[in-house]
Design a protein around this ligand. Structure first.
Ligand SMILES: Cc1cc2nc3c(=O)[nH]c(=O)nc-3n(C[C@H](O)[C@H](O)[C@H](O)COP(=O)(O)OP(=O)(O)OC[C@H]3O[C@@H](n4cnc5c(N)ncnc54)[C@H](O)[C@@H]3O)c2cc1C
Length: 447
């Protein structure tokens, strides 16, 4: 049963040592908790989901290439036999900085140190129609929704007689030319070229457009110019229509309105155009940058606070080498968490803290089979070898031996057969009222 926000979260023992509460078990929160395992701190880690999500591969869940369980890892499993780490599935709503407490849907908890690592969510730039009708991809459930939507589109299209009616159902428009948009568009084009025509021989896939829209003048803005050009070339090779310098103005579920360009009819608008940092009540306006990220110093300490820290996508850390802050990518989150864990351990020895320094390990993106681009600090390459490096790096980064093995086998099978076997349309059904009593429902963990 959900507790009042003013009563403490039940069954969390009083700490023998200082308590660090971590909000969010993404890349940053998880790394911090793991690095502080078996230390002289009590770690309470809270997340609205009971699993860690590997976001870089969500697009493969959306395009039926990987199962959700291959890119999600149960958090409780990670903390077996680690006595000083306690996990609760909870939505954190508010900080009471004076009382050193946070309020969640399960109740409240006090902290000696608070670490916020809530990541970011989809940014619709204030357009309510787009928010209502598009499909974002920031979570496993959103990726599954996209998979269901794409498959149900073709199950519907196959029953329509006129091509005019079929067209908007078959077209897919992806907005956002970052790594997510590029990978999603490439993957959908591969489905169209190789997989869907075998499943739906009655449909003509020449009529299916895969369009990638980007407001700027190039794709993958964080990569080197040569890699960007190569990615564009690969997408075109797959038959993706790339529209650069194009602004989406509105979407009503059927027609994408573009600034100064012809509208596009589609029932499927996938939104990968931007993110905004998550936040919670109790943070003051001057602790936030205009883009919503929370302002931290070189130790990731929230401005004006002594015992509150912010990591990863949620924070903005401006320095001499990074006047606009660090990019919102996994490596920054992981490295910041590693540095903060070291500093907490220095604190136990009464030693001085070390400032964070970001080590850029490079960037990469894959467009399709044997087509990827990799920028390392001193060398860039593309093609089959880059694709192999991309596969290897992502495989190594996935948590758990079973997941690594599952992903490796799935990728190998897909490479040989090009027949992703997850084209299943599984629609969750609500449990009947009288059976709900002991189930956690969406309202218990989402806002
Ligand atoms: C589709 C996609 C593809 C990406 N691809 C790449 C890539 O290829 N390479 C790369 O480097 N980066 C990539 N990124 C970005 C990368 O995933 C993020 O930079 C990284 O996840 C940031 O880590 P984080 O710990 O700050 O936040 P996250 O990993 O997002 O973790 C935030 C956690 O906080 C939890 N949370 C949020 N609000 C609350 C709340 N109120 N209460 C409780 N829990 C809460 C969430 O459930 C989540 O578990 C991608 C992102 C997406 C969405």
């Amino acid at each position: 049963m959900t507790q009042s926000v003013f009563s403490p979260i039940p069954n969390i023992p009083n700490p023998k040592h200082k308590r660090i509460v971590i909000v969010g078990a993404g890349f940053a929160g998880l790394k911090l908790a793991q690095d502080l395992a078996h230390s002289d701190f009590q770690i309470v880690i809270l997340d609205k989901n009971n699993y860690h999500m590997f976001q870089p591969l969500l697009y493969q869940v959306a395009t039926a290439a990987l199962s959700p369980s291959a890119v999600s890892f149960p958090l409780r499993r990670l903390f077996h036999k680690i006595d000083n780490v306690i996990f609760r599935m909870a939505v954190v709503k508010e900080i009471d900085k004076k009382q050193n407490q946070i309020h969640t849907n399960l109740g409240s908890i006090s902290y000696d140190y608070l670490v916020l690592s809530q990541g970011a969510n989809t940014n619709y730039f204030g357009n309510q129609n787009i928010q209502k009708f598009c499909a974002p991809m920031k979570s496993t459930s959103e990726a599954l929704y996209i998979r269901n939507k794409i498959i149900s589109n073709y199950e519907r299209a196959v029953n329509l007689e006129s091509e005019k009616e079929r067209k908007p159902i078959m077209n897919v428009v992806v907005v956002g030319g970052g790594a997510t948009g590029v990978e999603l568009a490439g993957s959908i084009a591969e489905l169209r070229n190789k997989v869907l025509p075998r499943d739906y021989p009655q449909l003509s896939f020449k009529n299916m457009r895969v369009i990638l829209i980007e407001a700027g003048n190039s794709l993958l803005s964080g990569l080197k110019p040569k890699s960007r050009d190569k990615a564009l070339h690969y997408l075109k090779k797959l038959g993706v229509e790339v529209m650069l310098n194009t602004m989406v103005e509105d979407y009503d579920g059927f027609t994408v309105k573009l600034k100064d360009k012809e509208p596009i009819e589609t029932l499927t608008l996938l939104w990968a155009a931007g993110i905004k940092a998550n936040s919670l009540e109790g943070i003051e306006a001057d602790q936030r940058a205009p883009n919503g990220r929370l302002l931290v110093d070189e130790f990731n300490r929230l401005q004006k606070e002594k015992n509150i820290f912010v990591l990863g996508d949620q924070c903005l850390q401006v320095g001499e080498k990074s006047p606009h802050g660090h990019p919102q990518v996994a490596q920054v989150a992981i490295q910041q968490a590693g540095n903060l864990a070291k500093n907490f351990k220095l604190e136990l020895k009464n030693k001085a803290w070390k400032p964070f320094q970001y080590k850029d390990l490079g960037s990469m993106a894959t467009v399709g089979k044997s087509m990827a681009v990799v920028d390392l600090p001193f060398i860039s390459f593309h093609g089959f070898f880059a694709w192999f490096v991309w596969l290897f790096v992502h495989l190594m980064a996935i948590l758990g031996v079973k997941n690594k093995l599952m992903v490796f086998l799935t990728w190998s099978w897909k490479y040989l057969s090009f027949d992703p076997s997850l084209r299943l349309l599984i629609r969750p059904r609500y449990v009947k009222d009288f059976k709900r009593q002991w189930m956690l429902e969406e309202k218990d963990y989402e806002d």
